[in-house]
Write a protein that binds this ligand. Structure first.
Ligand code: UDP
Length: 321
């Protein structure tokens, strides 16, 4: 099979590209290297199954010509990370809305299958308990950047879904919950690489807010295995699947674990949300995936726990930088 991975030089996209090539597929990677990084794919350069195209998903002509050459599009190019969303809300919206529309339109024209990478951000601040694919979205004002990001991802899903329903485009949707691992960088806000790199540098680990907010972290290798299971199944067409790990941990406990596992002398420093982000920023108190549907449909579940995640990220940061 020949795949186009948009955002293929990014964190999840590059691991996905590796996995596809390792199993014998060919990949064209389209990336504008905004948050993606050429280091993530440099080991693939020269591989006859791999082609890199530097460009944007907003370039309609380019998207059309690349999609025409593949069987399947895996759409991972997007504005990524809470810092990016807060700093560049307009650019983030345009990338996430127009970019996805360009991909869907080209896939429809050329008869390619499509997987859209969506996000647990679509659930907004619904923190009641494990979130399944039918759970309600609870979002605040569309004038707040975090909620506009949630809206954009939700509209992407709706658009893809109605291409499936009305135009018979072969669409699949996945919602990633906090996905972490090697190649992820902390510049865009992600807590685990930020904590691990601070611990390795013996700098304070900055816990925003009380630290009682919780998340569930999924190793990127597990997440990629989930994507492959979804794209390889016909039972997943026109469906959306949560991809995540359901082991919950508070951010303060995460900080403690990182310090302990790396043997660091770092301390934990509490930072007010208003200092960490813009005033009025709203965080989610809790976000846990219900992964019953993906388990039942394709038999996928995550295999790696937090200690593997922390040691793989520490290893990456020690060797790559
Ligand atoms: N966070 C933190 N310190 C940091 C970065 C993030 O305490 O240096 C917190 C953040 O406020 C949130 C959690 O960690 O409560 C997860 O943040 P991240 O941006 O990784 O993911 P998301 O908020 O999108 O789940």
């Amino acid at each position: 099979m020949k795949y186009l991975v948009t955002g293929g030089a990014g964190f999840i996209g590059s691991h996905l590209t590796d996995a596809l090539i390792a199993r014998g597929d060919s990949v064209i990677c389209l990336d504008n290297l905004s948050t993606g990084n050429s280091h993530n794919i440099e080991h693939l350069v020269g591989n006859p199954s791999f082609e890199f195209i530097s460009g944007s998903i907003l370039d309609v002509g380019l998207v059309d010509s690349v999609v025409a050459r593949v069987d399947h599009v895996l759409h991972f190019a997007a504005a990524v990370g809470v810092f990016t969303i807060v700093d560049k809300p307009l650019e983030s919206l345009v990338t996430n809305l127009r970019g996805t529309e360009n991909i869907l339109e080209a896939a429809h024209k050329h008869g390619a299958e499509v997987l859209i990478a969506s996000s647990s951000e679509v659930y907004g601040k619904n923190g009641g308990g494990p979130l399944n694919e039918e759970s309600d979205r609870i979002v605040g004002s569309p004038l707040k950047s975090r909620w506009s990001y949630s809206e954009a991802k939700a509209i992407d899903e709706s658009m893809a879904y109605f291409y499936y329903q009305e135009k018979r485009l072969a669409v699949r949707l996945v919602r990633f919950f906090n996905t972490v691992g090697p190649r992820q960088v902390g510049h865009y806000g992600m807590v685990v690489p930020r904590f691990v790199s601070a611990a390795l540098a013996k700098e304070p680990l900055t816990v925003y807010g009380s630290g009682s907010q919780s998340r569930c972290f999924c190793h990127v290798y597990d997440a990629v295995a989930g994507v492959l299971a979804v794209i390889d199944s016909d039972a997943t067409l026109g469906e959306v699947f949560n991809i995540g790990n359901d082991d919950e941990i508070t951010i303060e406990d995460l900080a403690r674990e990182v310090i302990e596992q790396t043997g660091s002398s770092s301390v934990i420093e509490k930072v007010l949300y208003e200092k960490a982000y813009a005033p009025g920023f709203e965080d989610m108190q809790r976000r846990i995936p219900d992964i019953t549907k993906i388990k039942r449909t394709v038999g996928w579940s995550p295999k790696r726990d937090l200690s593997v995640i922390i040691s793989d990220i520490a290893e990456f940061l020690r060797t790559a930088h």
